[in-house]
Design a protein. Structure first.
Length: 192
């Protein structure tokens, strides 16, 4: 005896037993769905599935839309059945040929994959080299400038201060000429 969920269906007028024998629902309909004596679809564990016949057909039709469906209508079942070869139907040479074809296909696939990777890798590598070469040159120039700056002695604070004019003042004082002196010199030149 398998216990199902307790309670009855909301639409049902009469109550059914809450436990059923396995023999009562082990009969499948044309869709492969287990049905009990009252016509209800049941899961393999005995629970009632609330799906009508039409809904079952719609579900199976929808499932057959996809070719790799594991369930389907009986008329489509032949498409999905696998045909296995008979035992000892192949000779050793046939098997060797099949293995050789498989290995050749794998090698071609590997060669094709390597070619595709090379087609992507080498252009990217060239682009990266074109970008990194100027960066390396700039780094070298920066290092040269740093070394040159390190070699130079530090600038004196005197470079930024203005020179005093005291020394020049004495020189200018000696050369200071008044207007009267200039007139006297002019007179000397003119009268001589």
């Amino acid at each position: 005896m398998i216990d199902t969920h307790h309670g009855t269906e909301p639409d049902a007028k009469e109550k059914y037993s809450i436990s059923i024998d396995a023999g009562e629902w082990e009969k499948k309909d044309e869709y492969g769905v287990y049905k009990d004596d009252h016509g209800y679809a049941r899961a393999p564990d005995g629970r009632i599935i609330h799906v009508s016949r039409e809904d079952t057909r719609d579900i199976l039709e929808r499932a057959t839309i996809y070719e790799d469906a594991s369930i389907c209508l009986p008329e489509h079942a032949q498409k999905f059945t696998r045909i296995l070869p008979r035992l000892r139907s192949y000779r050793r040479a046939d098997i060797d040929d099949m293995v050789h074809v498989i290995y050749r296909a794998q090698e071609m696939s590997l060669d094709d994959t390597n070619k595709r990777l090379d087609d992507v890798y080498y252009p990217l590598n060239d682009i990266i080299k074109r970008l990194t070469t100027p960066m390396d040159e700039l780094k070298e120039e920066m290092d040269i400038i740093r070394r040159q700056n390190a070699i130079r002695s530090e600038a004196s604070i005197d470079v930024l201060t203005r020179p005093l004019i005291d020394g020049r003042y004495k020189y200018l004082k000696r050369r200071l000429v008044t207007a009267k002196l200039l007139e006297d010199k002019l007179d000397e030149i003119n009268f001589s």
